[in-house]
Write a protein that binds this ligand. Structure first.
Ligand code: DC
Length: 232
């Protein structure tokens, strides 16, 4: 038993809504939520700012180790990321940062560093952690695992909608192409690729609104031994 509750691992491809779902599930259970993609994004952003090669694993690990990482609570239960006291938000959504984060996520040293930080952040439980390898690698012993999927087209449409809502430019074909390439890179890498853990529950959200996905995960929690013990 972990002192603060269980670890809920949510993995899945880019743009499937893991962060939103994770944040909402955490809110319903009184848990915190951690988006591990933000950690890769933060390091990628810093490397771009400092002109460090995105192929140079050793320098990236050195950079990661030299930074003061913070996971401040946002307005909701989601933990954001700060580096050396600077909160990072919009800069992490830049396309160049998305591309760079997927690139550095292939590197063994970077992954080891991130995995260590993620384990430390979730070890006492009471957390919904989302990413690509949470159920397979970071917390293979997570008490509840979900693999959230949706077709690339549905994910591209959603992303297009989000960008337009923010008043930003959005080109569906370009977004779809970007999503397909990132899927291939995240699933095709040698170390800790995006993959459903054998014991993960598979949820296809292509035709499901976000609230239904959240309900489904909260239901899985309620039916789990930890959920039966809790008052949720
Ligand atoms: O979830 P995201 O799109 O914010 O993640 C950005 C990149 O980070 C993603 O392309 C792959 C990488 N990533 C990873 O390799 N492992 C994780 N647990 C989370 C993210």
């Amino acid at each position: 038993m972990r002192p603060d509750g269980i670890v809920i691992a949510i993995d899945g491809p880019a743009g499937v809504g893991k962060s939103t779902v994770g944040r909402l599930v955490a809110g319903r259970l009184g848990y915190s939520s951690i988006s591990t993609g933000k950690m890769y994004r933060a390091l990628a952003w810093k490397a771009l700012e400092n002109g460090i090669s995105l192929e140079d694993d050793e320098s990236l690990v050195k950079l990661a180790g030299s930074l003061k990482w913070g996971f401040p609570k946002g307005p909701g239960p989601e933990a954001g990321v700060s580096l050396d006291g600077r909160g990072l938000d919009l800069e992490l959504s830049e396309e160049r940062v998305s591309k760079a984060s997927s690139g550095i996520a292939k590197l063994a040293g970077v992954r080891l560093f991130m995995c260590g930080m993620q384990r430390a952040a979730g070890i006492s439980g009471g957390v919904v952690m989302e990413g690509r390898d949470i159920g397979t690698n970071v917390f293979p012993d997570a008490e509840l695992k979900v693999y959230l999927d949706a077709s690339p087209e549905a994910r591209a449409r959603r992303r297009e909608g989000q960008l337009k809502e923010q008043g930003l430019e959005a080109d569906y074909a370009r977004i779809l192409d970007f999503i397909i390439k990132r899927d291939a890179q995240d699933s095709g890498r040698k170390i800790n690729p995006l993959k459903k853990a054998e014991d993960a529950h598979y949820l296809d959200s292509t035709a499901l609104p976000c609230e239904k996905v959240v309900d489904a995960i909260v239901d899985l929690f309620k039916r789990s031994p930890a959920g039966r013990r809790s008052a949720v």
